[in-house]
Design a protein around this ligand. Structure first.
Ligand SMILES: [Ca+2]
Length: 358
């Protein structure tokens, strides 16, 4: 069921690489604030490339072949491929982007592709309202779980996999638990501690054995959840998105006390990731999605948990909704822009994270 046409903005047929950055930047409709190649203040390629330092940074859009299919609602990266969920309509579709080609890999009912995650078994695909109770399956149709209300309303991107349903969660390691509210995010940290975010209700987070009460009724704290050692004390901390209050907060991994926060606009904190840079060393960026920010949604990167933005990208056009989902790639990041009813959804591929940061 491969699609014949390449739906990227890219004009080259070669695989993306650093050498093709110039043509990519020229042809794509991206609205990054700058690129590593020479650009003028409006972002247009001035045609002059620094001969000493070749372009090391590129980004491009991958567009859906359909309108209003929710393409970009979920993204995952694995096996040298980008996996993209397009869950809208009677049948949702999961696409694979590899070697410059977009292929529809699987489809199904019940918001198939609303959430996807890369695991050791391949990509897990959630169809959370399939047959009324939801299902999580592999790309070949193998069922991971089904029949619990809201099966797959959240997935963990840990290698062993994990899924949430409306009143609990389970992992591919056989761990499970119940929740006092409906999970909106599930994350297993590198120490094997499972965190659950619940965007609504009196409890916003379950982090291992500890529960965190919601501070404000509409802050949606727990809508997104990841982990990283923010304060460099050797223990993973929790990074929690609260898009109702446009805040991301880092909670100390042991005390759960807030240790840092970031704020923005337009559902800032709707999606989160901490991605390794393409550069040598241990640099990472916290990447935060704000899909309703001005100019078509926004992605903000905070290098090594900087208090201020070190890189930003916008969707460029109202309704693009860049930042609906985020996943790390090898040295880069991808972000969904699921769009509105009048335009195809898209995914922004950003390669070379950190290579242009100050
Ligand atoms: Ca820490």
């Amino acid at each position: 069921m491969g699609l014949g046409a390449c739906t990227s903005d890219k004009s080259t047929s070669s695989s993306w690489d650093l050498d093709s950055a110039e043509s990519l930047a020229e042809d794509s409709a991206i609205s990054t604030n700058d690129t590593a190649i020479s650009t003028d203040d409006t972002g247009n390629d001035t045609g002059s490339i620094d001969p000493v330092e070749p372009p090391q940074f590129l980004s491009f859009w991958i567009h859906s072949p359909e309108v209003d299919d929710g393409f970009g609602s979920a993204v995952a990266y694995g096996n040298d491929s980008l996996w993209i969920g397009a869950p809208h309509g009677v049948e949702g579709t999961v696409y694979r982007w590899k070697d410059d080609a977009l292929t529809a890999e699987a489809s199904g009912s019940g918001r198939f592709g609303a959430h996807i995650a890369w695991t050791r078994d391949g990509v897990w695909i959630a169809a959370p309202i399939k047959d009324g109770t939801g299902e999580v399956s592999l790309i070949d149709g193998t069922v991971i779980a089904e029949g619990m209300g809201g099966t797959g309303i959240a997935l963990s991107n840990h290698a062993s996999g994990g899924l949430a349903w409306e009143a609990g969660w389970q992992t591919g390691e056989g761990e499970s638990g119940t929740t006092p509210g409906r999970p909106s995010a599930l994350h297993r940290n590198d120490d094997g501690i499972v965190g659950v975010g619940m965007a609504h209700g009196p409890t916003s987070l379950l982090l291992g054995e500890q529960a965190v009460s919601r501070a404000a009724p509409t802050n949606e704290e727990g809508f997104a959840l990841v982990s990283a050692d923010v304060n460099a004390d050797g223990t993973d901390d929790w990074l929690v998105g609260a898009p109702g209050s446009n805040t991301v907060t880092a909670l100390d991994g042991i005390s759960l006390e807030p240790i840092q926060s970031w704020t923005g606009t337009g559902r800032f904190g709707h999606s989160l990731a901490v991605c390794a840079h393409a550069t040598e060393g241990d640099d990472v960026s916290l990447v935060v999605g704000a899909p309703l920010a001005p100019d078509g949604g926004k992605l903000a990167a905070f290098k090594n948990f900087s208090g201020t933005e070190t890189d930003t990208w916008t969707g460029g056009e109202n309704g693009t909704e860049l930042g609906t989902a985020i996943a790390c790639t090898s040295g880069g990041v991808v972000a969904g822009a699921s769009g509105d009813a009048y335009q195809p959804g898209a995914v922004l591929w950003i390669q070379g994270l950190g290579l242009r940061s100050p």
